[in-house]
Design a protein around this ligand. Structure first.
Ligand SMILES: CSC[C@H]1O[C@H](OP(=O)(O)O)[C@H](O)[C@@H]1O
Ligand SMILES: Nc1ncnc2[nH]cnc12
Length: 312
């Protein structure tokens, strides 16, 4: 499209964050490109609004697409402006977020090019990434025992299995280690994570998943293994070349998988799941602990941008 619109009139409930090797979703009609400025700065890329026909009603369903590392992969994992990304998505109405990630495998049976839907995360980031919206005069605590959304995960899982036999191999659960990077792990670290029973490793799930939870957005990551990290005795250790070669070779399957998930989420029968009702107003109560006298004007202003009406 030569000149897509710069505004979109309706709330956009579903979004995809594309990671390494998945910087766009071809095959959809792009109807708008939004540049959103948030109190936490600008997102890592403009937000593309894509139209996707609902398989149940035929109605066009809007999908937001954001590129985690920027349009040209210019943001390292620790530089990704996750607060701006999540705030911008929430501000346009997003309540369900599918995040894609290239990961290293920590288990023999999770082979390069296999997909995995994680259900747990171990945080190995180093506290250098801003990781909460609730600071500077508004304290808030949200539950994170289950970092991913079980209802969305069940839908993603069904879609992945429907593509099996067609080149897609899916693992339904697993623990994801999110490390700081940008350097890859040492062999001792890789073996330590294996001894903890972890399944896969990346540098991107956090703070993205935590911020999505604070912003009341149901979040599920789809991982695609691109290497055996550096623990495997017979495989070559992870490198950018190795990651990109598997990503490139399997990008058709990755896109088909995400497309199938969007097809399914766009069905009327999932309207409740997609609208994120389970988390609605969670953050209003999570932040109610700071008395009005203790709140700073700046924190209230920023959080009121994210949650209009919560602090009136
Ligand atoms: C290029 S290898 C390391 C890089 O790949 C993954 O990116 P993403 O999660 O955005 O697909 C990993 O998390 C690292 O950022
Ligand atoms: N081995 C690895 N470690 C961290 N992030 C990755 N992304 C892809 N492979 C990875």
């Amino acid at each position: 499209m030569a000149n897509p619109a710069t505004t979109y009139p309706d709330p956009v409930q579903i979004a995809v964050i594309g990671g390494t090797g998945l910087r766009e979703l071809p095959g959809f009609t792009q109807v708008a490109t939004l540049s959103v400025e948030t109190p936490w700065g600008r997102p890592s890329s403009p937000i593309a609004i894509l139209h996707h026909p609902s398989p149940s009603s035929g109605k066009p369903i809007p999908i937001a697409f954001l590129s985690r590392h920027g349009l040209h992969h210019e943001y390292a994992p620790h530089e990704v402006p996750s607060r701006a990304n999540i705030a911008a998505l929430r501000s346009i109405g997003v309540r369900t977020l599918i995040a894609f990630s290239a990961v290293g495998s920590l288990q023999e049976e999770i082979r390069p090019r296999d997909f995995l839907i994680p259900d747990q995360i171990i945080d190995r980031t180093k506290g250098v990434r801003p990781w909460t919206f609730f600071d500077g005069g508004m304290v808030g605590h949200v539950g994170f025992a289950n970092p991913f959304d079980a209802a969305v995960s069940a839908i993603v899982s069904k879609c992945g299995h429907s593509l099996e036999g067609d080149g897609v191999k899916l693992h339904d659960s697993g623990t994801l280690v999110c490390m700081e990077g940008p350097q890859f792990s040492t062999r001792a670290e890789s073996n330590l994570y294996r001894s903890w029973g972890a399944s896969v490793i990346n540098m991107s799930a956090l703070p993205e998943a935590k911020l999505a939870r604070e912003a009341e957005i149901s979040y599920q990551m789809i991982c695609m293994a691109t290497d055996y990290d550096c623990w495997h005795s017979t495989s070559e250790s992870v490198s950018v070349e190795l990651v990109m070669s598997h990503m490139k070779a399997n990008s058709g399957n990755a896109r088909r998988f995400v497309g199938a998930v969007l097809d399914e989420l766009s069905k009327d029968e999932h309207a409740d799941v997609v609208s994120g009702g389970r988390l609605r107003e969670q953050s209003k109560y999570a932040t109610a602990m700071t008395g009005k006298e203790g709140r700073t004007e700046e924190a209230v202003k920023k959080l009121s941008w994210l949650f209009p009406g919560y602090y009136d």
